[in-house]
Design a protein around this ligand. Structure first.
Ligand code: SF4
Ligand code: SF4
Length: 388
């Protein structure tokens, strides 16, 4: 693939929150200080150079931005205030928009108005759906499954999950295609070009299978994040882990396990479903509140700059969780009408967050990051096998 050069790239990246990359003079301090950078995949200096050169194709094929967990160590040591941690963050937004074939992601990241309108439209459609199609509103008891039968919600949930998966996985495939198409060590452009036309990009399936555990491990634990911090900053990793595990727990409960999660009888306090619900709620609320306060105070390097999409994501997640807690209390206090109204408001916030954030915006990184770590491992295994 001939590398195309885009002289306006650095201006384009400004729309994605990258303001300081032009001041970098390529000293390499940031790469030296980064605990996650390695000899085979060094960063962040290299990708900042690509950005300065306008090498869009090189950036598109680079796994490096996704290997950064934004601890901020590099930004604290940069002699030019180029803020390499924030540049990596902006590059992740930019790459998300390049992987996304629908163009939605780009609109999300570059237009606050579009993002807000999209949320209002999707939330409004959910509200209208309930206005016209809700079940009877019994007032002698809380009967949520009469108002919104869990079997119906389950079908709608599964349709939504299928649509989300289609968009997210098709975008992830574009990421895979680009990252696995770059020449392997000892391979020239011509050979890489022939390989990239083949199934699995010409890499035998056994290499993908042998590294499968890397994907699962990094998805569940984000263990690399724990390595990239100074000891006093480990709270950032724990916080990130809380949000991710809390969100995944609630997602599984409401999408896959709705028939057990949304019931009219209240489970005893020790019931596993209730305990999982409490864990997910606490983890999200704590993690998101911490992140919002840190962003307001700008107390840590990683929280000094906030893109509009960072705030939208945190606010939607916080409101979804808070309205979920209110539903729990109105059910416990046997307040039927309040339960039904808050339930609708809860879904008017939660559905846009899922439909828009998961495939097109901030939440896509939950898949992209472990996927890239896994693909880098696959490439390393192929290179090591070739050298033997
Ligand atoms: S971002 Fe800063 S530390 Fe990194 S290479 Fe550029 S000037 Fe040096
Ligand atoms: S923010 Fe942390 S993980 Fe990211 S490049 Fe800088 S030092 Fe490395």
């Amino acid at each position: 693939m001939s590398a195309s050069v885009n002289p306006e790239l650095i201006q384009t990246l400004e729309e994605f929150g990258v303001k300081s990359a032009s001041t970098c003079f390529n000293c390499g301090n940031c790469t030296a200080v980064c605990n996650l950078s390695s000899e085979s995949v060094p960063f962040p200096r290299k990708v900042i150079r690509y950005l300065q050169l306008g090498a869009k194709d090189k950036l598109l094929q680079s796994p490096e931005p996704w290997l950064c967990y934004y601890c901020g160590d590099c930004s604290e040591t940069c002699p030019r205030d180029a803020d390499p941690g924030e540049v990596m963050m902006g590059l992740r937004r930019y790459l998300t928009s390049l992987y996304d074939w629908t163009g939605m992601s780009r609109l999300f990241y570059t237009s606050k108005l579009f993002e807000i309108l999209a949320i209002v439209v999707v939330g409004g459609l959910v509200g209208l759906g309930f206005y016209f199609f809700h079940g009877p509103m019994l007032t002698d008891r809380v009967a949520l499954n009469v108002f919104a039968p869990n079997r119906v919600i389950e079908i709608l949930d599964l349709i939504m999950a299928a649509v989300l998966s289609f968009f997210l996985l098709s975008n992830a495939y574009r990421m895979f295609s680009n990252v696995m198409s770059t020449p392997l060590p000892g391979e020239d452009e011509e050979k890489a070009k022939r390989r990239r036309r083949k199934l699995l990009k010409g890499i035998p399936a056994k290499f993908y299978l042998l590294e499968g555990k890397e994907f699962v491990l990094n998805f569940l634990t984000q263990k690399k994040f724990s390595l990239c911090q100074k000891r006093e900053k480990r709270i950032q990793w724990i916080n990130h882990l809380l949000i991710m595990t809390g969100y995944s727990t609630i997602f599984l409960l409401v999408v896959v396990g709705i028939r057990w999660f949304q019931r009219d009888e209240i489970y005893p306090i020790w019931h596993p479903i209730r305990l999982l619900g409490y864990y997910g709620t606490f983890a999200i609320l704590y993690g998101v509140t911490y992140a919002m306060i840190a962003r307001l105070k700008k107390s840590e390097t990683a929280y000094k700059h906030s893109h509009a999409t960072d705030w939208v994501f945190l606010i939607l997640l916080w409101l979804t969780t808070f309205s979920g807690i209110l539903i729990h209390f109105t059910r416990l206090l046997e307040m039927p009408l309040s339960t039904y109204y808050i339930y609708v408001i809860h879904l008017m916030i939660a559905v846009p967050m899922l439909v828009l954030e998961v495939p097109f915006a901030k939440w896509a990184h939950q898949l992209y990051r472990p996927l890239i770590i896994y693909l880098v491992k696959v490439r390393e295994r192929v290179a090591s096998a070739a050298s033997q």
